[in-house]
Design a protein around this ligand. Structure first.
Ligand code: NA7
Length: 535
């Protein structure tokens, strides 16, 4: 092990969160070391290079707001940005603000321990680096710990295997191949139509059908771009006070109080515009009342029936086991239509479960399928996975993994009792994955930065969430969640996709705007719910 490097702050992760946090800390004159597993910047957008990967928030909203100059000089080309374009943007930001010189790449943080005497963190990496820092800021992302399914025999397969979250950088050409895709979440739904274009034969293994709607992707016109550039300030403000970080008119009526034809026209409008949020937020009760939700769910199921020619296949592709929106709905380009193609097959693994991977392919309870390549689009150990993968020890050697044994416990999704001077950007129990991520990232980074400024000005050495404040926040998040339909679904929001993971609704659905107000109020109340220890 090398001699410790001493800095003011360690930031773990060089994605959108880590880069902005570095930028803000550097502005304050703090010495900062960013530690990143990948060979370059980008985080989620560095790894998820599968064919068709796109963000489901529109380009003009999915960008940083902190630099008006950056806003003006960068020009998005399509309505929904592709992964390569987002990664190009992130690289541009890293270069423009000269961020790389404080980032150590190809380095995974393995452990971090808090020293109560010095009130500092000791961070250790897999390259043997040791960094001693007052602040430890986890910018590790919510969908970054990928998950390969627990099907026996994986190592036996003679063909190639891929995970959508770790796609080879040189790309993959499936031309002429027999391909199996396991998983029909966003990654599966975005990549399946493109893989189908190339493959000689494609079999999709579906455990749970998902709601998806056409992204309606298209080039952005010069007028759209310049209009947004002229109005960025007002738009950003509207994002910050909105429910999901995407401004939409506030709903005023229940879905059940409007005539069916009017409701259908509203859903159709959202559908035509490729706007998930427009459908989710059209009515006050879509996410809280099952009957109201059914109207949106049935609208989408009707679209599936209209698109997929074989009625039985359409039924298998139609989600029924969870309310619309309670698992992340997807935006696609030609997904349902792909199943009209002769060489594309669907296997319902609820009816015929996956038994094992064999030398030749995949065996279900009914038959063996032979493949040249298998694609795992099987998702992530979301929200907590990247944090618990690191051996993080707080006061008294308390292990974060053990503390979260029954589900994540945080104060505001930002701070954890027993783990002073540690912050989690878009951590569990904050709006994070239920919002436009960049809006939530900037809010957390700004809050943390202001907190560090306040500590320095007041001579505070240590900040820690109190157990009482944390307990109350955990209860509040669960209470607000229970008011909605989210906890009724088996989703990664609930941890249900990872065997053995406690079933807890891990995000805050109180709304981005309301959440921000609460965080600001806590500061105004002299960091209510935190214990501040002078140097
Ligand atoms: P998701 O949304 O978690 O999707 C993973 C898919 O893989 C989903 O259909 C799962 O079925 C399926 N899956 C997972 N494990 C298995 C096993 N063991 N057998 C069969 N099928 C399995 O991940 P994505 O990468 O698509 O998207 C993640 C988020 O990124 C997305 O929500 C957007 O926000 C962007 P299940 O539904 O669990 O039954």
């Amino acid at each position: 092990m090398s001699e410790p490097q001493t800095v003011d702050a360690v930031v773990v992760g060089a994605g959108l969160s880590g880069l902005y946090q570095l930028y803000r800390l550097r502005e304050l004159g703090l010495t900062t070391r960013v530690l990143e597993t990948a060979a370059d910047v980008g985080g989620t957008w560095y790894w998820n290079r599968y064919p068709g990967a796109r963000c489901d928030v529109e380009s003009l909203s999915y960008s940083y707001s902190f630099s008006p100059e950056l806003e003006q000089e960068w020009t998005w080309t399509e309505k929904y940005p592709t992964q390569p374009e987002i990664l190009k943007y992130i690289n541009h930001v890293a270069d423009r603000f000269d961020l790389r010189r404080d980032i150590t790449f190809n380095t995974r943080v393995t452990s971090a321990a808090y020293n109560e005497a010095t009130k500092r963190w000791l961070v250790i990496t897999d390259s043997g680096d040791v960094v001693d820092a007052q602040f430890l800021i986890m910018a590790t992302g919510c969908l970054s710990a990928s998950k390969t399914p627990e099907i026996p025999g994986l190592e036996r397969f003679h063909g190639r295997t891929y995970h959508t979250g770790h796609w080879p950088h040189e790309g993959v050409d499936f031309s002429g191949q027999r391909v199996g895709v396991i998983g029909t979440g966003s990654s599966g739904i975005q990549s399946i139509p493109i893989i189908a274009e190339q493959a000689a034969d494609l079999t999709v293994f579906q455990r749970t059908p998902n709601f998806s709607m056409p992204a309606g992707n298209r080039p952005l016109s010069e007028d759209e771009v310049s209009e947004m550039k002229a109005n960025y300030r007002a738009w950003r403000e509207a994002q910050r006070t909105s429910g999901f970080g995407v401004p939409v008119p506030a709903a005023t009526r229940s879905a059940l109080e409007v005539p069916e034809d009017e409701r259908t026209a509203v859903y159709q409008d959202g559908w035509d515009r490729g706007s998930l949020v427009a459908i989710l937020a059209s009515y006050t009760d879509t996410l809280t009342d099952k009957a109201a939700n059914d109207t949106a769910a049935e609208f989408v199921r009707n679209k599936i029936r209209e698109t997929v020619k074989d009625p039985e296949l359409a039924e298998t592709l139609s989600p029924r086991s969870f309310p619309f929106g309670t698992k992340r709905p997807c935006l696609d380009t030609g997904y349902y239509d792909t199943f009209n193609r002769e060489h594309v097959h669907l296997v319902d693994v609820r009816k015929t479960p996956l038994v094992e991977v064999t030398e030749k392919g995949v065996r279900t309870s009914e038959e063996e399928y032979e493949f040249d390549a298998i694609v795992f689009a099987t998702g992530f150990d979301a929200m907590t996975g990247a944090l618990t993968a690191i051996d993080i020890r707080g006061k008294g050697g308390l292990s974060l993994k053990e503390k979260w044994g029954e589900g994540p416990r945080t104060y505001l999704g930002l701070s954890i009792a027993g783990f002073p001077n540690l912050f989690t950007i878009t951590g569990p129990l904050s709006p994070s994955v239920l919002s436009n991520m960049i809006v939530s990232i900037e809010q957390h980074v700004d809050w943390v930065t202001d907190c560090i400024v306040a500590m320095r000005e007041r001579g505070i050495a240590e900040i820690e969430a109190t157990t009482e404040a944390e307990d109350a926040w955990v209860e509040h998040v669960a209470e607000v969640g229970a008011y909605t339909l989210y906890p009724t679904a088996d989703s990664w929001y609930m941890g249900s996709n990872v065997p053995g993971k406690p079933r807890v609704f891990m995000a805050y659905i109180g709304g981005v705007g309301a959440y921000r107000q609460r965080c600001d109020q806590i500061v105004a109340n002299d960091y209510e719910g935190f214990a501040l220890t002078p140097a």
